[in-house]
Design a protein around this ligand. Structure first.
Ligand SMILES: C[S@@+](CC[C@H](N)C(=O)[O-])C[C@H]1O[C@@H](n2cnc3c(N)ncnc32)[C@H](O)[C@@H]1O
Length: 232
């Protein structure tokens, strides 16, 4: 059975279908194997695909009606959900409690899309993914998802496999997760240097204009020391 066989509206009490794209549902059907350990934030047709492929799956959604609709539809079309653990919670509340070992094969981040939820989901699920595991982030055309993709592209622990139809990023984890300080994150450094340099120049000029040379010299020495420290 394929995802097209259970074409129903699972969200907003059955009024809307916020489904992932057909390309991603197809990717899941091709790549999720029986017994894989998987997790997704947000729920819907993707949850049914994970279950139908035989994954040992964890799914997080604050909506009890989504869970009920998914269970009912799965029963109707004959998908076994006994290996699916449903968390009726906001991901930012439950993930810190269930975060554990590096043993997940696939993670899909498609829950809350407002800032900072995709980043929070990433912070807790990225360490749970095993090396070689795949991380899918949906709706990276939204700034909150794009920010995450931009950052991950500069980090050595992630290999971008593709961005499917400009909407869903697929990464492979190649090394253990590291939460770095900004000076060690190439994307943050690159995106910050113009505003940082501008601020320093403006502040320096303001001091010179008030003829506060002593303070300007002190500030300049401090900034030089800081830049040196950041480089080292
Ligand atoms: C775009 S839909 C997910 C669609 C699903 N992946 C599919 O293909 O059918 C977004 C989901 O995130 C859930 N959601 C919203 N805020 C959330 C949060 N803070 N934590 C977890 N899930 C959240 C919504 O209830 C909804 O299930």
């Amino acid at each position: 059975m394929k995802f097209n066989d259970y074409d129903v509206k699972l969200h907003k009490g059955g009024a809307i279908a916020w489904d992932a794209s057909d390309a991603i549902l197809t990717w899941l059907e091709a790549n999720i194997k029986p017994g894989m350990k998987t997790l997704e934030t947000g729920a819907g047709k993707t949850t049914m695909v994970f279950a139908n492929c035989g994954a040992s799956h964890q799914v997080i959604t604050p909506s009890d009606s989504e869970i009920e609709n998914i269970k009912n539809e799965a029963k109707r079309v004959g998908i076994d959900t006994s290996n699916v653990t449903f968390y009726n919670e906001f991901s930012q509340n439950i993930l810190p409690k269930i975060a554990g070992h590096e043993n997940l094969d696939v993670v899909l981040i498609d829950g809350g899309h407002g800032f900072p939820i995709p980043a929070v989901d990433w912070l807790y699920t990225a360490p749970m993914l095993k090396i070689g595991g795949k991380l899918l982030i949906d709706d990276v055309d939204l700034w909150t998802g794009k920010m995450l993709v931009d950052l991950m592209r500069g980090e050595p622990e992630w290999r971008l496999i593709s961005i499917v139809r400009g909407r869903t990023a697929i990464f492979e984890k190649t090394a253990p997760f590291v939460a770095r300080e900004w000076v060690d994150q190439p994307t943050v450094v690159r995106k910050s240097w113009i505003p940082q340099t501008t601020r320093k120049i403006v502040n320096g000029l303001a001091m010179l204009l008030t003829l506060d040379f002593k303070q300007a010299w002190k500030k300049l020495s401090h900034e030089v020391a800081l830049s040196k420290e950041a480089k080292d």
